[in-house]
Ligand binder design. Structure first.
Ligand SMILES: [Fe+2]
Length: 411
């Protein structure tokens, strides 16, 4: 049985099945191992791990600890509570009012903008590495393109951002974090100037990675202790580069310097705690981790967005500002556009539109394309789960690999 235990309950002889922290946030090469010494527990604790999941069939049991199933059920209930409140309903209705274009119309334009912006960020970062003069004005057309696509239809760019290419991961991650940061900041009613500067902060938040040795930056496997330590210095390198670029506003710097700080003080480079971290820095931490864990790497499968929201909520006990994570869940919605879902009837489809926020976001519009009952593709059609005469409901999230499909190709 898989159980969740506090690090203080962890004993020699227990078998760690999974570390309860974003894989980007800890230096352990393996997630599963038998605890053989007290030092092993200390090492976990020193790395900022507060809880782990243990497998009681491979080691000692922790009798009062909740099972993974119980934890997941509780998280699902929390997510539903978070999105069901009135504030969410009002806010999403307001934001939905801006959406003028459907994802079907916007997706190709968004693909083009994503590709071009990635190229701009790539060149910008390489020029910075070569010590060439880089000017923030160069980013202006990209900021305008990204912002206007998000304004027309945020779902298009946001669902694209989950697809990354091996060689361009770092640059695509920067574009993607920026798009999430911009639309979440707009959702939080930030003013236009701050949103503009948040876009710059997102674009450049990892610019220091360009100074990392190539074998570490593009390593097709998880980093070891020493490589992890070196990689952490990308924030310091980012600061050095940004300090040389005139016209970078404070909010963009906060995003770049604080996106690895954690609410409990376990982050880096400064180990800032709670309110020592700026609002933009706290938002950046959430956007950065959300993008990393929903993206595929060679050595790590991205998790579906819905599952990622649950993880953020779980980690917000220590790592993030809880209230901001709740806002983030309301902003993303229970089943973001592009999520593959299985319905009670066995039909499989992709979420193409979230119904107007609040509790309604539990009942999105799905494009059905596959029947698991018959094991084959079927003629596509749209099903609105919020309609009274619709007797179907979502029973599970499907990963893209399970049915070997790229959700973006369905738009
Ligand atoms: Fe980073």
């Amino acid at each position: 049985m898989i159980k969740k235990v506090d690090i203080k309950q962890l004993e020699v002889g227990m078998y760690v099945e999974k570390i309860d922290l974003a894989w980007t946030d800890h230096p352990f090469l393996r997630n599963s191992f038998l605890i053989k010494t007290l030092e092993a527990i200390k090492k976990l604790s020193d790395a900022g791990v507060h809880t782990v999941y243990i497998d009681t069939s491979n080691g000692l049991d922790a009798y009062n600890a909740p099972t993974e199933k119980e934890v997941l059920k509780e998280i699902e209930e929390k997510i539903i509570n978070v999105v069901s409140d009135k504030e969410s309903e009002e806010k999403v209705k307001k934001v939905a009012g801006y959406k003028k274009t459907s994802i079907y119309k916007e997706i190709n334009e968004a693909k083009k903008i994503f590709r071009e912006t990635t190229g701009i960020i790539r060149n910008f970062m390489f020029d910075a590495r070569l010590g060439r003069k880089v000017e923030v004005e160069r980013l202006k057309p990209a900021i305008e393109d990204v912002s206007s696509s998000l304004l027309r239809c945020p779902d298009a760019l946001l669902s694209l951002s989950r697809i990354k290419h091996k060689d361009d991961y770092t640059f695509e991650h920067c574009v993607s974090v920026s798009a999430i940061q911009v639309s979440f900041s707009a959702y939080l009613n930030m003013n236009e100037q701050d949103i503009y500067n948040s876009c710059i902060g997102g674009f450049l938040h990892d610019i220091g990675k360009i100074m990392m040795p190539d074998y570490i930056l593009n390593k097709p496997a998880k980093l070891n202790d020493e490589e992890f330590r070196i990689m952490k210095s990308h924030v310091v390198e980012t600061k050095k580069i940004l300090d040389e670029i005139p016209g970078i506003e404070e909010i963009a710097k906060q995003i770049a310097y604080q996106h690895h700080e954690r609410y409990d003080g376990s982050g880096y480079p400064l180990g800032l705690k709670g309110e020592q971290i700026s609002q933009a820095g706290k938002i950046a931490a959430i956007c950065d981790v959300y993008d990393a864990i929903t993206s595929n790497r060679i050595y790590h499968k991205g998790i579906p967005p819905h599952t990622a929201l649950g993880k953020l909520l779980e980690w917000s006990d220590f790592n993030f500002d809880k209230l901001l994570v709740e806002q983030f869940i309301r902003f993303i919605g229970v089943y973001p556009v592009g999520t593959l879902v299985k319905l009670e009837s066995g039909l499989i489809g992709v979420v193409v539109e979230q119904n107007n926020g609040g509790a309604n976001s539990l009942f999105p519009i799905i494009k059905i394309f596959y029947s698991s009952k018959y094991g084959r593709y079927i003629n596509e059609y749209h099903l609105d789960l919020s309609k009274e005469n619709c007797n179907n409901k979502i029973v599970s999230i499907i990963s893209a690999e399970e049915i070997n499909i790229n959700p973006i190709n369905l738009f």
